[in-house]
Ligand binder design. Structure first.
Ligand SMILES: Nc1ncnc2c1ncn2[C@@H]1O[C@H](COP(=O)(O)OP(=O)(O)OP(=O)(O)O)[C@@H](O)[C@H]1O
Ligand SMILES: [Mg+2]
Length: 499
């Protein structure tokens, strides 16, 4: 067995020769810079690197922006981390500000190097862009190619530190980026409609949300438990995921609740518009591309699944092979059960619907969605929250009257919010709200007039009464359908963009 000193001396000799080779390479570089055209220089230097590369004491880790279709979490972490490691030696920075972003985002530009130190190691980061990389997407219908610029970070350091970089430094970068993200509060909203994510700038929080206080607390506790239980999930062999089904009439705050959850957890939101996906494989591709610590939202699940019946069908692509043209329920369930479990960590999925009863029982089976949350019409305690949100008042002489009316009529938080926004003067706004509620009560009473007793009334009157009832239910249905129709155009992200 070689003695420690002989190993050391062999290593010293090796390191010395590596340094010598480096010096020679640098010299050659200086000479070639002066006399040889750039193209030839590149070829020569790559050949020389190839010849002597093995002697280099440097190791370079390539961190690609994406691996296949999935995002590379460490790339994203590095990008965020490096934005806090800008040193005076850097000559170019990339600065941007998206329309809804509050602050500038600063990143290093391609070709720029950032030198970082960590526990006695020196590490060099470089952003490298490769243009025109061909990507083939495997849709059910076949392949198609696209040309994209592909980015990667090259992280170089001494070969001696390989283990330390992999086991300590990179986890540190990931941890730091998580912390930076929390302080930046930059929650991203990804959707199919927009190529780039936008910052979620939705003001909804649990404090501003009017919902049953017990249910609200139960949900907050559930979320707290979920994010703390990394070890628990791995110990019991369960994927670290949680599913919520939000159901209730339009305007009761389902979308607002999702924004409140994202703001609370600092999770990004992925808005999946099932209607714009062509097939289950589109869905798979999209899901795999979602990041950790995110909320995946599928709004109006009843409408999305309805699509299956109306629009699903076979078709043929140019190669005459069968293609499916929509996402199916089973595709979705597969994802909830299986694929979902195998991609990533710390994810929440939220389905919303106006009609829980219309959902396929398969979706509601225990275990699929962990919590079913009913967003109901406004309650007196919910009204107090809205009054405080919109008018900054905690009490008012009209509160009792309003609360009584709220108990009698079905009114959504959205309707009340709209009334409260009409004036900054509390008296005016609350008076307007009372008129609105009285109008609603009158309409409800008209619709609920008792049915005539058989035999005591003439047929004509009976028919009139039935007609009246039909009008009311018909009207109710019509209203919901009208809202739904508008909603077809309105995804979660669309809604936020309009705000
Ligand atoms: N529970 C609530 N608390 C506070 N504000 C609410 C609540 N519900 C609705 N609002 C107000 O009404 C607006 C519309 O509500 P939201 O979009 O969250 O309803 P929704 O339940 O998602 O409706 P839909 O079923 O039509 O998608 C919100 O932007 C908010 O201003
Ligand atoms: Mg909604």
């Amino acid at each position: 067995m070689p003695s420690t000193s002989s190993v050391l001396s062999t290593y010293t000799t090796f390191a010395a020769s590596a340094m010598l080779v480096r010096t020679i390479l640098n010299e050659v570089q200086t000479i070639t810079n002066q006399f040889i055209p750039q193209k030839l220089q590149d070829i020569l230097s790559s050949k020389l690197e190839g010849l002597f590369g093995n002697f280099s004491d440097q190791l370079t880790l390539i961190i690609e922006q994406s691996e296949g279709f999935s995002v590379n979490e460490i790339y994203q972490a590095a990008e965020l981390y490096l934005s806090t490691r800008i040193t005076p030696s850097i000559q170019q920075l990339r600065v941007s500000q998206a329309p809804r972003e509050k602050s500038l985002s600063v990143t290093i530009n391609e070709g720029q190097k950032v030198v970082d130190t960590f526990e006695g190691m020196q590490l060099t980061w470089e952003l490298v862009t490769t243009e025109n990389q061909k990507t083939s997407l495997d849709y059910d219908s076949g392949l198609y190619a696209s040309e994209t610029a592909h980015k990667s970070f090259h992280l170089s350091f001494s070969k001696l530190f390989k283990d330390k970089v992999l086991n300590k430094y990179l986890p540190y970068v990931a941890e730091r980026s998580k912390a930076i993200k929390e302080t930046k509060k930059a929650i991203k909203l990804y959707s199919l409609a927009a190529a780039d994510a936008i910052n979620l700038d939705h003001p909804s929080t649990f404090d501003t949300l009017a919902m049953d206080p017990v249910l609200k607390q139960a949900l907050i506790d559930d979320l707290d438990r979920f994010v703390k239980r990394r070890e628990f999930y791995s110990r019991v062999g369960k994927a670290w995921k949680r599913g919520y089904l939000l159901y209730g009439p339009p305007g009761t705050g389902k979308s607002s609740l999702i924004a409140a959850m994202a703001n609370y957890l600092k999770f990004d939101i992925y808005d999946m518009e099932l209607a714009s996906l062509r097939s289950n494989s589109d869905l798979r591709r999209l899901l795999v591309s979602t990041g950790n610590r995110s909320i995946i939202v599928i709004e109006d699940i009843d409408c999305s699944i309805e699509l299956e019946n109306r629009q699903c069908g076979g078709g043929h692509d140019e190669n005459n092979s069968q293609v499916s043209t929509c996402v199916t329920l089973s595709g979705l369930l597969n994802f909830v059960d299986g694929l979902w479990s195998s991609c990533g960590d710390e994810r929440i999925i939220v389905f919303t619907t106006n009609y829980k009863e219309r959902l396929d029982p398969a979706l509601l089976r225990p275990g699929r969605m962990d919590m079913h949350i009913h967003m109901s019409y406004l309650t007196p305690s919910g009204f107090k929250i809205l009054a405080f949100n919109y008018l900054k008042i905690k009490s008012h002489s009209m509160f009792d009257e309003i609360e009584e009316l709220i108990k009698e009529v079905e009114v959504t938080p959205a309707e009340v919010a709209e009334e409260l926004m009409k004036s900054e003067d509390a008296d005016v706004a609350l008076n307007g709200l009372v008129d609105f509620l009285l109008g609603k009560k009158e309409q409800t009473m008209k619709c609920e007039e008792p049915k005539v007793d058989e035999g005591t009334q003439g047929n004509e009157e009976e028919n009139e009464s039935l007609k009246n009832e039909e009008d009311c239910t018909g009207q109710k249905r019509k209203n919901v359908n009208k809202k739904k129709k508008n909603k077809k155009l309105k995804s979660f992200s669309h809604l936020l963009r309009l705000m």
